[in-house]
Design a protein around this ligand. Structure first.
Ligand code: AVJ
Ligand code: FE
Length: 439
C-alpha cells in the first residue's frame, strides 16, 4: 500500500470497497426478506441490522467525521449504535426493512465514492488518508464474518455454497515446532491498515516454547470427549467449570451424536465430523480444558505472534507467516472461499519460519491472554473501537478464520471476545514450556 501512487491507491481503495460490498450483498441476497428481519439466535442481530449498521458506521466515521459532510440519516444513529442495544433486543427496534436498508447503504456508499474522489491522497499523509477508508472496509468485512456466523446458526436448507478446501499434502509433519527464546518485534507502527490496538511496534522477550504445528483437530478433540474430558473437573478452571455446568457443555457447538459417530450441522448440511479438520466452535474454556488434558496449555498472545512473524534469519517480524506479500489463495484459507477449515497441515506455502502451519486462516485461535493495550497505545479514531474493551473480560484470538477477509487479518491483527463465545469460528492450538533437558 505504501508504494502505491495516489491514483493507484484511490483505485485500490475503490476496488476494496466494491469487493467488500459484493460480499455483504451475497450474504444478504442469499435469503428472503422474512429471513433477513428474523432473529436466528438471541446471540446474533437480525441480518438486516448488520447490513444497515455497516452503512450507519460508514456515514458516521467517513461521511460525517472524516469528510465533514452533512448527515444523511441522523434519525437512525441510535438504532444502529451497538452500545445502545443488546443483540437480543434488536429485532424489537423499528429497524429499516430490507429494501430501505439496501437503499440506505447504497446512498452512503455513493457519498463515500464522491469523498474518495475529492480526498487529497498525497505525500506523507497518503496512508493516513487511506486509513479511514481501510477501516471502513475492515469494519464491513468483520460484520460479514458476523453475518456468516448468523448463517451458521440459521435453521433451514443451505443458502450459501462454496468449493471444498484443498487437501493436506501427504508429507509427515512433526506434532510440534520449537521456538527458541529471545526478543522479537510485536505489533506494528508501519502496517498501513493496522487498527489502534495493533500499534505500536515494541520489543517483547519470549522464553523458549513448543507450539503445535497445526490447530487441534476434530479427531483429537473427540478423544478428549471420549476420555470424559467434559466431565473431569481437574481439566477445567473454576470459571470454565461454572460455564460448563450452566451451558451443559458436552461437545463443540453444532456437534451431535449418532450412535458412536459424531455428526455436525454446517451451513444447513448435516455431515459426519471430519477428523482431520481443525476443531471449530469451541469456547476459550473448552480450549483451556483440552490443553490441560493434553498436558499442555494455550499459547500466550506474544508466543503466537512470535511463532507467526519472527524470522530468525533476519531478526525482523514478517507481515504474515510466509513473508511480506499479501495473502493469496495458496497461503491461507480466508475470505469465505470455503465454508469450513481445511484439513490440518494444509497450505504448506503458508508455513511460518518456525514451521507452524495455518496460523492465518481456517480458525481463529484462542490465546491465554487478556485483551490489553500495548505500551504506547493511543486510541484511534475512537475510544469505542478498542479501548473500552481492554481488561480481563475478553480473551485475545489470533489468525483469522475461513470466514475472515484478507483485509481484516494479518500477523499483527488482534481479535477479542468473551471466553464463553462458541458461535464464532474459533478453535485453538496448544503450546508447552520445555522441560529442563529439552532446551
Ligand atoms: C473485533 C470482532 C470483536 O465484532 O465486536 C465490529 C469488530 N467492531 N464493529 C466485533 C467490530 C465494531 C469486533 N471484533
Ligand atoms: Fe460494528
Amino acid at each position: 500500500l505504501q508504494e502505491l501512487e495516489t491514483e493507484d491507491l484511490r483505485e485500490h481503495v475503490a476496488a476494496e470497497l466494491a469487493r467488500t460490498r459484493r460480499r455483504s450483498a451475497q450474504l444478504t441476497d442469499a435469503v428472503d426478506d422474512e429471513d433477513l428481519v428474523k432473529q436466528h439466535s438471541p446471540l446474533m442481530s437480525p441480518l438486516v441490522w448488520d447490513l444497515a449498521h455497516v452503512g450507519s458506521q460508514e456515514e458516521l466515521w467517513l461521511v460525517r467525521d472524516v469528510g465533514g459532510r452533512e448527515a444523511i440519516r441522523p434519525d437512525i444513529d441510535d438504532l444502529y449504535d451497538a452500545f445502545q442495544h443488546r443483540r437480543a433486543d434488536r429485532p424489537e427496534l423499528p429497524l429499516l426493512g430490507p429494501r430501505e436498508a439496501r437503499d440506505y447503504i447504497g446512498t452512503v456508499r455513493d457519498k463515500v465514492f464522491d469523498l474518495l474522489d475529492e480526498t487529497p491522497m498525497e505525500g506523507r499523509r497518503l496512508v493516513e488518508q487511506a486509513f479511514a477508508f481501510g477501516m471502513i472496509v475492515q469494519h464491513e468485512q468483520q460484520h460479514d464474518e458476523t453475518m456468516l456466523a448468523t448463517h451458521q446458526l440459521r435453521d433451514g436448507p443451505p443458502a450459501l455454497t462454496a468449493e471444498s478446501p484443498p487437501p493436506r499434502p501427504s508429507e509427515a509433519l512433526l506434532a510440534e515446532v520449537f521456538v527458541p527464546g529471545g526478543p522479537f518485534t510485536m505489533g506494528t507502527s508501519t502496517e498501513p491498515w493496522a487498527l489502534d490496538n495493533e500499534r505500536p511496534a515494541h520489543e517483547v522477550h519470549v522464553d523458549s516454547f513448543y507450539l503445535d504445528t497445526t490447530p487441534v483437530t476434530n479427531a483429537e478433540f473427540a478423544r478428549f470427549i471420549d476420555a470424559g474430558g467434559y466431565r473431569e473437573p481437574q481439566w477445567w478452571s473454576d470459571a470454565g467449570l461454572r460455564y460448563r455446568h450452566k451451558a451443559s457443555l458436552e461437545a463443540p457447538r453444532f456437534w451431535f451424536r449418532d450412535g458412536d459417530r459424531w455428526l455436525r450441522r454446517r451451513f444447513g448440511h448435516v455431515e459426519e465430523v471430519p477428523g482431520d479438520e481443525p476443531v471449530v466452535h469451541v469456547s476459550f474454556y473448552e480450549a483451556e480444558a483440552y490443553a490441560a488434558w493434553a498436558g499442555k496449555r494455550l499459547p500466550t498472545e506474544s508466543e503466537w505472534e512470535k511463532a507467526a512473524r519472527h524470522d530468525p534469519a533476519t531478526g525482523r517480524s514478517r507481515r504474515y507467516p510466509w513473508g511480506d506479500e499479501d495473502p493469496e489463495p495458496e497461503h491461507a484459507n480466508l475470505g469465505q472461499r470455503h465454508l469450513q477449515p481445511a484439513p490440518a497441515g494444509a497450505y504448506p506455502l503458508g508455513e511460518s519460519p518456525c514451521g507452524a502451519r495455518q496460523l492465518i486462516g481456517d480458525v481463529w485461535e484462542w490465546t491465554s491472554s487478556d485483551f490489553l493495550p500495548y505500551p504506547g497505545f493511543a486510541a484511534f479514531p475512537y475510544r469505542e473501537y478498542s479501548e473500552v474493551f481492554f481488561g480481563s473480560d475478553h480473551k485475545v484470538l489470533r489468525g483469522g478464520s475461513f470466514g475472515t477477509d484478507r483485509s481484516a487479518c494479518r500477523g499483527t491483527f488482534r481479535n477479542w471476545d468473551y471466553p464463553i463465545r462458541r458461535q464464532i469460528f474459533a478453535g485453538f492450538r496448544c503450546a508447552r514450556t520445555p522441560i529442563a533437558d529439552e532446551c
